[in-house]
Design a protein around this ligand. Structure first.
Ligand code: IMP
Length: 192
């Protein structure tokens, strides 16, 4: 079976992909291949960061690899926090990051935002890019306790609950990450 590295340390993300590609690809994560470094994510686009991670693995381990990078883009804030989503307030604290967003949006009527994921799949030296987005609005207060990151203030269009009020299975069906992953999996399945 062909080996494919997922450049992540997140066991949950790894299992999800493993299950979806079972019998077709052997999915290895960074720990499985003994890659213990924190791969720098210094680009200023999602595509750039995803590609930095996937190319690092190809260069150092000579294995095909894919990597994802995600974040929240808020229209009225010139698409901030974007690639800085994880550390927008200067810390990795989700609540501090959310509070900064709410403060910057005080008195602003345009609450439009989207979550975006970009996947870079490096296969036989070629970079294939897959994108997933989900549009929504930023609430004025936090609601719900599931999920992570900005989930308590993001309400996807067509729903009356935030991501943090949905159960994980429901969020994982419609999320930006799910959309990008489905596109990549269709591409991979089409090769077999
Ligand atoms: P990553 O590239 O998937 O690690 O995402 C970077 C950052 O974007 C996270 O630390 C979160 O702050 C934010 N983010 C990405 N995806 C989500 C999501 O599904 N819900 C809430 N926040 C997210």
């Amino acid at each position: 079976m062909k080996k494919l590295v997922f450049a992540t340390n997140n066991q949950h993300k790894t299992e999800e992909i493993r299950a979806a590609l079972e019998g077709k690809y052997e999915i290895l994560n960074l720990e499985d291949i003994g890659c213990l470094v924190d791969i720098p994510e210094t680009a200023d686009t999602f595509e750039g960061n995803a590609t930095l991670k996937s190319s690092y693995v190809v260069a150092h381990f000579n294995l095909d690899c894919f990597a994802d990078d995600s974040g929240l883009e808020i229209e009225a804030l010139n698409n901030e926090p974007g690639v800085y989503s994880a550390r927008y307030s200067g810390s990795r604290d989700n609540i501090e990051n959310i509070q900064l967003v709410l403060k910057k949006l005080e008195g602003i009527a345009n609450r439009k935002a989207r979550f975006k994921t970009v996947i870079s799949l490096m296969q036989n030296g070629e970079n294939h890019i897959f994108e997933g987005t989900i549009e929504g609005t930023i609430r004025t207060t936090l609601s719900g306790s599931n999920g992570f990151g900005y989930d308590p203030i993001f309400e996807p269009d067509g729903y009356e609950s935030t991501f943090a009020e949905m159960d994980l299975a429901e969020k994982n069906k419609i999320s930006h990450r799910a959309i990008a992953l489905r596109k990549m999996m269709e591409f991979l399945k089409g090769q077999l």
